[in-house]
Design a protein around this ligand. Structure first.
Ligand SMILES: Cc1ncc(COP(=O)(O)O)c(C=O)c1O
Length: 359
């Protein structure tokens, strides 16, 4: 019997750590001290179906009314609540491929029937609405995609999202868009459209984890229509009931001062994008579009064994994520949110591992 748990998350927690970690997809951790002076935060407080000051900040950030916001423990819990609120055991969900495997793992745990639509390498991993149309059935309850895509960072624009929304609405389905990496476009000052503004069929999930280096706050959220949002709050009563209140307080402070982690993220991502793109362009063994606003790349090793490459790299104190976790064993995922010196050291080692594999 296959494991009901996430093999990727177990790997990420136990095997991805290294001196030159190019596996972890978030930005280098942001230190509390850099948020500026902070009064001690209260341990207990008025949090029932949301802590009002945090609801207000999240709503303002997303540009929606607070009754559309469900604060959740990271994008992870946000995704789980979204799946569980929309679909029931036996319902069909249509999930992009490749994707972040926790989305399909969670759907499997909920006993949902999973269909896939392809985001093709030869098409730049973009969402092709025709692929969605082909795979959609009358039984589809939810279409699921990531924007930017994990693992490829491919961007989905407003026109494509609207086309997918129209098709989903046609069969009475909704569309879940995990936008946790879209925040990297926000910190880089690049244009994007959040699916939260495209119609009631859309649910959006995100968090402060990836682009801001604030993973420890576990400040995630879902944006949905108010009825569905209420359903998710009620569902959350079955899980953590309420979040840790000090984390809610610190999240309010972080959201009020988000320009600080955002400025740091921008500096790191701009420097690291240039470094990573120069490296990728210099290695004929790898096939990969240049990074353009994202925090992760998904190179294909043209010939040779990716697992052996990853093992060799690990022996040299560096890690990347093997493509098997995304159903693409000839690829690996390379993250660039780390400190610039970590990226430089990791890429130097990756270069050495590629040289050794070619001999
Ligand atoms: C697409 C995607 N969604 C959600 C998550 C989990 O994010 P969080 O730390 O906010 O729970 C990840 C983490 O890698 C991710 O890649």
């Amino acid at each position: 019997m296959t494991s009901p748990f996430s093999s990727y998350m177990e790997w990420a927690k136990t095997r991805s750590g290294a001196r030159f970690n190019l596996a972890s997809s978030g930005l280098e951790a942001f230190p509390l001290a850099e948020l500026g002076p902070i009064e001690p935060v209260e341990i207990n407080g008025p949090s029932q179906y949301g802590y009002a000051p945090l609801q207000e900040r999240l709503a303002k950030k997303a540009g929606v009314d607070p009754d559309r916001v469900v604060h959740a423990t990271g994008t992870s819990m946000a995704n789980f609540l979204a799946l569980a609120a929309v679909a029931e055991a036996g319902d069909e969900v249509l999930v992009e491929e490749p994707t972040y495997s926790l989305l399909t793992d969670a759907a499997r745990w909920l006993r949902l029937e999973i269909r896939r639509f392809a985001r093709r390498a030869e098409d730049g991993f973009r969402v092709d609405p025709r692929e969605v149309e082909r795979a959609l059935t009358k039984r589809t309850r939810l279409v699921v995609l990531t924007n930017l895509n994990n693992p490829t960072s491919a961007f989905v624009g407003g026109e494509t999202l609207r086309a997918v929304g129209t098709m989903a609405r046609g069969v009475g389905a909704r569309v879940l868009v995990d936008e946790v990496y879209l925040e990297s476009l926000a910190v880089l000052g690049r244009p994007y459209v959040s699916a939260a503004h495209l119609g009631p069929e859309f649910l959006v999930t995100s968090s402060l984890t990836k682009a801001y280096g604030l993973s420890g706050l576990r400040c995630g959220w879902v944006i949905a229509d108010p009825d569905l949002a209420r359903r998710m709050w009620r569902l959350n009563d079955l899980f953590g009931v309420v979040p840790a209140h000090p984390a809610e307080r610190l999240s309010v402070i972080a959201l009020d001062r988000l320009d600080r982690p955002a400025a740091r993220a921008r500096r790191i991502l701009e420097a690291n994008t240039a470094t990573a793109n120069a490296f990728l362009a210099s290695r004929p063994e790898l096939d990969c579009a240049p990074l353009d606003g994202g925090m992760i790349a998904f190179p294909r090793l043209r010939t040779g064994d990716v697992e052996a490459l990853c093992d060799r790299l690990r022996q040299d104190e560096a890690t990347v994520v093997p493509g098997r976790f995304f159903g693409a064993p000839q690829h690996f995922r390379l993250a660039i949110g780390c400190a610039p010196e970590t990226l430089a050291g990791g890429l130097e080692r990756l270069g050495r591992a590629l040289d050794a594999a070619g001999r």
